[in-house]
Design a protein around this ligand. Structure first.
Ligand SMILES: [Zn+2]
Length: 146
């Protein structure tokens, strides 16, 4: 069961799991806005909508995009290796993590195991490998919400 999170100004934001919503109540970052009648989870009515206590500026959603995740990188790249276009089963850091490369949309691509191994702790240029794609931040909609 999902719970709708709304901003302090009642603008809808996103949906979270019931567990996540209860954690927000416990941490007092949100309050119950609508609840199921006569049902409790711990000391709280089972929420269907929680309202943030403080207004959150949501402009960042459009500039920074969704949070990085391995699954998101795989989905963005269609599970195709960024180097050889074969089926990808790993996530490669363009600038290797050992050299300060971060978990970010622009620094990660889907890669097959052998390309990832061949590249090792090098940049694509150093390894003589060519990226087929330019890694970018995906749109919210392309990740199917959340
Ligand atoms: Zn490959």
């Amino acid at each position: 069961m999902d719970v709708l999170v709304i901003n302090a100004d009642l603008g809808p934001l996103h949906r979270v799991s019931l567990r996540h919503a209860v954690r927000m109540l416990v941490r007092r970052v949100a309050e119950v806005h609508e609840a199921e009648p006569d049902r409790l989870i711990g000391v709280y009515p089972v929420p269907t909508v929680v309202r943030l206590v403080r207004y959150v500026v949501t402009k960042w959603r459009y500039t920074a995009g969704p949070a990085w995740s391995r699954a998101g990188v795989m989905r963005r790249d269609g599970r195709r290796c960024a180097y050889c276009a074969g089926p990808a089963d790993t996530v490669d850091h363009v600038l290797p993590r050992s050299r300060g490369g971060r978990n970010s949309w622009r620094n990660t691509v889907a890669a097959c195991y052998s390309c990832n191994q061949a590249k090792g702790d090098r940049t694509p240029a150093e390894a003589g490998m060519v990226l087929r794609i330019e890694p970018a931040t995906p749109a919210w909609t392309s990740l199917g919400g959340r």
